[in-house]
Design a protein around this ligand. Structure first.
Ligand code: NAP
Length: 323
């Protein structure tokens, strides 16, 4: 598969490295707002063509686009790429509003194109291992997922700068950046909740710096915490009456294990490099392009829409607004 790339941050490099490694994908072009940044990224990643005009990029010689721009731009850029006949894999969160996602899913169908969110969880082989492990810990009545990662941009914010990730005008903040990684496994493992509670801590910029949410089911309660202002050291856990599943990273599903009621520990999976996990995203995306009737494409699309809808509800409860 030949890709064009939108965005020149570190995550775009991880996706390129992973897709080349896992799928042998080709990267033909990059779009950047500036020739300087585009040329630097192209040289670092051995990409031939640099565009600084997005309409010209949309007519480029590649079949698929990977989008890694700030969240606020995902909708309009994805729409332009789909209208231009490109398959799209867009970074999380795929759109800001669930209605935008539905509109673009319909557009992709109309054009016979594949449109997916670049979310490690849905393409990670460890997702199946986790599902299998659930059956070994008895009756599950609660789980706690945490994704708290001290932002590398926080010192700049403290110096009075406004990095994109703390700028509500770009539809960023903690829920959109990290909370989403808690919502995916909750919905995928346990389905839609009956009730949601949530609250957020706001920074002076108006961005949510940290937050918490609770998903209530008839037989269980799933809680989340997420923060960009502090670092988690404990991980996530799923509690059953026969044992506990511990997950070091809820986004990557790495270093997972079961501790049985009697204290015995059984490893589920160890470490996996992030580039590999991003390569699996590319693998799934390319599989869907090769066979759009693949049942898992429908599962993925539906889950992505559910996640977007629940994220919107959490935002409404917390009062998270984007400028
Ligand atoms: N999957 C993951 O693990 C993961 C990790 C990190 C981020 N992400 C996602 O990837 C996306 C990008 O995140 P990021 O942290 O890389 O974002 P970022 O650094 O703020 O921006 C990414 C790129 O977009 C362009 N850009 C920056 N500000 C812009 C603006 N105001 N208007 C238009 N273009 C702008 C820049 O490229 P040019 O200057 O070259 O145009 C920049 O390199 C987000 O959706 C985020 O959620 C995913």
């Amino acid at each position: 598969m030949r890709y064009g790339v939108i965005g020149t941050g570190w995550i775009a490099k991880s996706f390129i490295d992973g897709a080349r490694d896992v799928c042998g994908s080709e990267f033909a072009a990059v779009y950047s707002r500036t020739a300087e940044s585009g040329n630097r990224f192209a040289a670092e990643n051995k990409i031939e063509k640099v565009y600084t005009n997005i309409n010209e990029f949309a007519r480029g010689d590649f079949e698929a686009v990977y989008i890694a721009s700030p969240n606020r731009l995902h909708y309009e850029q994805s729409k332009l790429m789909l209208q231009s006949g490109k398959h799209v894999i867009c970074e999380k969160p795929i759109t800001v509003e669930p209605e935008e996602l539905e509109e673009l899913q319909a557009l992709a169908d109309e054009k016979g194109l594949v449109y997916v969110e670049a979310i490690m969880y849905m393409f990670n082989p460890a997702r199946d291992l986790l599902k299998e492990a659930l059956s070994k810990i008895g009756k599950i009545t609660s789980a706690h997922f945490d994704f708290s990662q001290l932002s590398s941009k926080y010192p700049a914010y403290q110096r009075g700068e406004l990095p994109n990730i703390f700028n509500p005008a770009l539809a960023t903040g903690c829920l959109m950046d990290l909370g989403i990684y808690c919502v995916y496994p909750a919905l995928d493992l346990f389905g839609l909740p009956e009730k949601i509670t949530a609250c957020a801590h706001f920074m002076e910029s108006g961005a949510d710096g940290s937050g918490t949410a609770g998903l209530l089911y008839p037989d269980k309660l799933i809680t989340f915490t997420y923060s960009k202002l502090g670092q988690d050291r404990l991980g996530s856990q799923i509690f059953g009456d026969e044992g506990t599943i511990k997950i070091e990273s809820i986004s990557k599903l790495i270093n997972m294990g079961i501790t049985a009621k009697n204290g015995d520990i059984q490893e589920i999976i160890g470490d996996v490099p992030k580039e590999k996990l991003m390569g699996y995203e590319a693998l799934g995306f390319e599989r869907f392009i090769a066979d759009p009737s693949d049942e898992y494409y429908q599962v993925t699309r539906q889950r992505t829409l559910q996640v977007s809808q629940i994220m919107k509800k959490i935002r409404d409860i917390c009062g998270i607004r984007f400028g």
